[in-house]
Design a protein around this ligand. Structure first.
Ligand SMILES: Nc1ncnc2c1ncn2[C@@H]1O[C@H](COP(=O)(O)O)[C@@H](O)[C@H]1OP(=O)(O)O
Ligand SMILES: [Mg+2]
Length: 427
């Protein structure tokens, strides 16, 4: 099996897709101390008697953990370091599971959800792993998670086989880490997935997870990300983006010969944005958005899928701004990672009318880009508000760039949207 770069640049000759054969490497975990084994651990394991999934949900009101009352009245670095280590570990293990599934993916692994979007065993497995690892690593605290999947479909009789496959995959993946030694039963998997049903909001801490962001890219064998963030009092304070197929080297001028792939981006509020390879023993290096102030030198990222973002509108925005380079189309929040390290200068996302953005599709990417010195706003130039629950309540679209380009980008976006509305009203 070969991993593929899965990015497209669009020239006057039309889309050109770079499909490169790269050896698939399974990332090793970062060096993190083994977790303490909390008393509730047995709920997940084969040693425990059958229990209700509700028993797996901690009573938040009984929690002993000290919660910050505001994101600004303490040192953010010391506050969130333990959480960052846990998030990196969770994302790396989830990436390892996803890589092994992507390497052998079959059409029969695809399930339908009510909204008809594709859901794979890797989607559920990734969510179960992140939920389980966070809970284990941060065992003394309350646990709330806003995540994409729930277990409703998996609990159906018709899903027994797929649930068994997920259970095996999760156990196989966790067994590669010496700190996890027990077997998780299917009921434990379902319960771990269902810990992602929190509504989030403006108070307390909430993990925000997209277990596979860019499912379409994942199924195609292209770009995807495991995106995990932490909200504290409604603000994103930490984010981790694991991008197993993103080249470690810049993709700025590259559609081939990309070298090794697998990147882990991370950020804590006030501490900058960092990137490391998913390889064992890699060290993070600080990343920054591009400093270009001239749109002529800028290139822009957008969705690979035309159904996810209006390519006509973004093309008009780029033209108005004076961007000369063709769009670089890649799936998932890997775009935020690539932007954060300066591979391109602008990210434009303008979904079709009626689409509601979810917080897990942007929280991790948002903090990685803002900590890299960038700005992320809606189409009206407003900051993104992650405190409203599972959805982002925003105006029309999302854009990200550096601070120098944002004022002219905002003008180009607003003019283009106005023109689009005028031409629609003439029809
Ligand atoms: N109709 C849609 N319009 C916009 N975004 C969508 C749509 N359907 C799914 N998405 C989500 O858009 C994100 C991918 O964006 P991009 O096109 O930039 O790769 C994913 O989070 C994907 O969900 P999912 O995470 O389930 O794949
Ligand atoms: Mg997503």
């Amino acid at each position: 099996m070969a991993a593929r770069l899965g990015l497209t640049t669009v020239s006057s000759l039309g889309p050109r897709k770079a499909l490169l054969s790269l050896p698939v490497r399974l990332p090793s975990l970062l060096s993190i101390p083994a977790p303490r084994y909390p008393s509730h651990r047995h709920f997940y394991t084969s040693l425990s008697p059958p229990i209700s999934p509700l028993q797996l949900v901690r009573d938040l009101s009984q929690s002993q953990v000290t919660m910050s009352t505001s994101g600004s009245d303490h040192s953010p670095i010391s506050t969130y370091e333990k959480e960052l280590a846990a998030a990196k570990k969770a994302a790396c293990l989830a990436a390892r599971l996803c890589q092994s599934v992507q390497a052998e993916i079959l059409q029969s692994d695809v399930q339908s959800k009510a909204d008809k979007s594709p859901v794979t065993v890797a989607d559920y497995g990734s969510q179960a792993i992140v939920s389980f690892v966070l809970d284990m690593e941060l065992s003394s605290g309350p646990f709330s998670m806003v995540a994409e999947e729930d277990s409703a479909d998996l609990r159906k009789d018709s899903s027994k086989e797929i649930l068994s496959r997920i259970t095996d995959l999760v156990n196989d993946t966790l067994s590669t880490d010496p700190s996890f030694c027990n077997v998780i039963l299917s009921e434990g998997i379902l319960s771990a997935i269902d810990k992602g049903t929190s509504e989030g909001g403006s108070s307390g801490r909430h993990w925000v997870l997209d277990p596979i962001d860019g499912t379409k890219g994942f199924l195609r064998g292209d770009q995807y990300a495991i995106a995990l963030a932490l909200l504290d009092e409604g603000k994103v304070v930490l984010g981790v983006l694991a991008c197993p197929n993103l080249p470690v080297a810049s993709i700025q001028h590259t559609t081939q010969n990309v070298g090794e792939s697998g990147c882990l981006f991370s950020a804590i509020v006030g501490n900058g944005a960092w990137m490391q390879s998913l390889d064992e023993g890699s060290s993070p290096t600080k990343v920054q958005v591009t400093s270009t102030a001239d749109p002529v030198d800028a290139s822009f990222f957008e969705s690979f899928e035309a159904a996810h973002s209006l390519h006509d509108l973004t093309s008009n925005i780029a033209k108005k701004l004076g961007v000369k380079a063709p769009p670089v189309r890649i799936d998932s929040q890997a775009k935020y990672g690539a932007l954060a390290r300066g591979d391109g200068a602008i990210y434009l996302r303008f979904p079709h009318k009626g689409y509601r953005e979810k917080i897990w599709d942007h929280a991790a990417g948002y903090i990685v880009v803002t900590e890299a010195g960038g700005v992320v706003t809606d189409a009206a130039g407003n900051d993104l508000d992650f405190s409203k629950g599972r959805y982002l309540d925003l105006d029309t679209g999302i854009m990200a760039t550096n601070k120098k380009l944002m004022p002219s980008l905002l003008v180009a976006v607003q003019e283009s949207i106005k023109e689009q509305q005028q031409s629609a009203s003439l029809l």
